[in-house]
Design a protein around this ligand. Structure first.
Ligand code: AMP
Length: 404
């Protein structure tokens, strides 16, 4: 078990808290369009403030490519945070420079300083030792609660953690518990719904789930590589030719695995992505030469629904079609609804499926909406996360020193 903030004494200590404040923002006005990530960090922030820690928050925002770029400043996030917490919030205009140091020096217990965007310094993504040391010099304890970046080995997620006593926050702790339960002891049947376009990202997940899940429903662009590997006619649909042989051997392997692999039986198609023609439906193995599959069809929606309805646990990652276009969003929206309404435990990986579920209005009905797309996929693949690996295991001494 990894050490959490409840296992260590944080009273009066300077805590460097790595959060995921990479919020969607209108970079012209600084208006935050979705505050979910800030809201989800509040439990850890408030706990530390109530314990009397000096809370030094650091995060990245966007892709400023290692140089200062004011449109990616965390200043608007710090202002927003001040509206949501009782503690005083101060913003430092740099990360490890003079402003950060003097503002940290002036802090009282229970106060917060938000540092400027970590990625304004190229050394962050390089996991540079010097930068890690400078970050470590700001605090007594390091806490990571940025689940969305735990799969990255950066200075603020990895390097600095090796230099200070460390722990994870409530958000990461919950994510780990939920995914570990899904992989080790789920309520059955365990149904995984996988979609999206990048087959190479999802293959390791399918592979890991073959002996863990009871059913794997495959939709989205990646389904066409599977259908082609099975000898189907897929027209101009997205196919990863290089992966065909791999997928063939994989389909073979799945015959002896626990999980049944279920592919779409019909598809909503068109001649290209933005054609003005009316979409046409084709059976999966017989898509017209000039057509490409852009969404799962009504028979597939019904078929997938029947599995999701019976699930004890349902895990969803990746859209069922080109859902950005309303003409091909039906499959994704219906799956969002069925996953949300499922009586079983529902888990939705981050990214497109999470935003589809929120957009469809069913977000609140999902038992666990993961805050990290890449990180949750890595865990579902059976990989560990560098940002979690580096955190110490909970030890007897932790409990003793906390009770002193
Ligand atoms: P991924 O990042 O691999 O989860 O893929 C997400 C993307 O897959 C979305 O932008 C969708 O538009 C795209 N996608 C889903 N279904 C299809 C499809 N049938 N053909 C092409 N792209 C698709």
């Amino acid at each position: 078990m990894k050490r959490t903030i409840k296992d260590i004494d944080v009273k009066g200590k300077k805590v460097l808290l790595r959060l995921d404040f990479n919020v969607p923002m209108n970079t012209k006005t600084g208006h935050i369009t979705d505050k979910t990530r800030i809201m989800e960090s509040l439990a850890t922030i408030n706990y530390l403030c109530e314990q009397g820690s000096k809370v030094i928050i650091c995060s990245h925002l966007g892709r400023p490519n290692g140089a200062r770029d004011d449109k990616y400043s965390l200043a608007p996030v710090a202002s927003e945070l001040q509206k949501l917490v009782k503690s005083k919030v101060t913003f430092a205009t740099d990360t490890v420079g003079e402003d950060a140091k003097s503002k940290i020096k002036a802090m009282d217990d229970g106060e917060i300083v938000v540092l400027e965007n970590l990625r304004f310094d190229a050394r962050e993504e390089e996991n540079d030792e010097g930068f890690s040391k400078e970050l470590a010099s700001l605090a007594d304890i390091y806490v990571n609660d940025a689940f969305g970046t735990c799969h990255r080995k950066h200075a603020s997620t990895y390097g600095v953690a090796r230099l200070l006593p460390n722990a994870i926050g409530f958000l990461i702790s919950k994510e780990l518990k939920v995914i570990s339960r899904i992989l080790s002891n789920p309520d059955r049947p365990l149904v995984a719904v996988l979609g999206g376009a990048k087959i190479k990202d999802k293959i390791p997940v399918i592979e890991n789930l073959l002996d863990k899940a009871d059913t794997i429903l495959i939709g989205g662009g990646m389904a066409y590589t599977f259908l082609k590997a099975e000898g189907g006619k897929v027209g101009k649909s997205l196919v990863d030719e290089e992966k065909i042989d791999m997928v063939k051997s994989f389909l073979e392997k799945s015959k002896n695995s626990r999980a049944e692999l279920v592919l779409p039986v019909d598809n909503v198609c068109n001649v290209d992505f933005d054609s003005k023609l009316k979409p046409k439906k084709f059976a999966s193995m017989a898509i017209g030469d000039e057509y490409m599959g852009l969404d799962i069809g009504p028979k597939t929606i019904k078929l997938f629904k029947s599995y999701i309805k019976r699930a004890g646990t349902v895990v969803w990652n990746g859209p069922m079609g080109v859902f950005e276009n309303p003409l091909y969003a039906r499959g994704t929206n219906k799956i969002a609804k069925y996953v949300a309404k499922s009586k079983g435990f529902s888990f939705v990986g981050g990214g497109d499926s999470a935003s589809a579920v929120v957009k469809s209005g069913y977000g609140k009905m999902i038992d666990h909406l993961s805050t990290g797309g890449g990180a949750s996929l890595a865990l579902l693949e059976g990989k560990s996360l560098p940002g979690v690996d580096v955190i110490s295991e909970v030890q007897e001494e932790d409990k003793l020193s906390k009770n002193e």
